[in-house]
Design a protein around this ligand. Structure first.
Ligand SMILES: Cc1cc2nc3c(=O)[nH]c(=O)nc-3n(C[C@H](O)[C@H](O)[C@H](O)COP(=O)(O)O)c2cc1C
Length: 171
């Protein structure tokens, strides 16, 4: 995709990261099932795109060890973490073998084969409908084909490079 041409500079990437660290976000484990087993990574860059039809997006760094699996994937799961999942978030946050990552939680396969976390705050099962490479990342657009909410009502958040919890109970 062509980037627009204009007279402004892009901000420095470290300044951008510092700015983005103030943007609190839910923490998710994005998963897929490949021929050689399950793959997953922690992602805060997940958000809703549309409700009709239900679609969401997730951003994956193309240097990630998970990338080849997601490049071939037709389906993926988004498992939103609850309070108490900090260790699991760190485990899926990089540099750990996939088998070790998945041994850290209770997983089952959804109807598409995507790994779903038993005690997630909510999990979404998605069919990949489009993907877009922008900068360092691939943006995965998924049509939501299934979802389920868990019993825990406290969400795990990541803000200012640390974890926080927030109740999802409505007032
Ligand atoms: C809280 C948190 C949020 C993260 N968010 C993202 C994200 O949105 N996209 C992404 O590609 N990586 C994100 N990462 C980093 C990936 O989880 C990590 O790079 C991934 O597990 C791949 O590592 P690997 O190459 O060792 O497999 C995040 C990590 C943490 C701890």
């Amino acid at each position: 995709m062509e980037m627009p041409v204009h007279g402004f500079q892009t901000v420095d990437s470290l300044d951008f990261r510092r700015g983005m660290s103030r943007l609190g976000a839910a923490v998710n484990i994005v998963t897929t099932k490949a021929a050689d087993g399950p793959y997953g990574f922690t992602a805060s860059a997940v958000c809703s795109v549309s409700d009709t039809p239900a679609m969401l997006l997730a951003c994956l760094n193309r240097t990630s060890s998970c990338f080849p699996a997601f490049e071939k994937a037709q389906y993926f799961g988004v498992n939103t973490l609850s309070s108490g999942h900090e260790a699991l978030s760190n485990l899926f946050g990089g540099k750990t073998a996939m088998a070790e990552r998945f041994a850290g939680g209770q997983w089952r396969e959804g109807c598409s084969g995507s790994p779903l976390l038993a005690d997630a705050l909510v999990h979404f099962e998605c069919e990949l409908v489009q993907s877009l490479d922008l900068g360092t990342h691939r943006v995965l657009f998924g049509r939501v084909i299934g979802l389920a909410t868990g019993d825990c009502e406290d969400a795990l958040f990541y803000v200012a490079r640390r974890y926080a919890t927030l109740s999802t109970r409505e007032a």
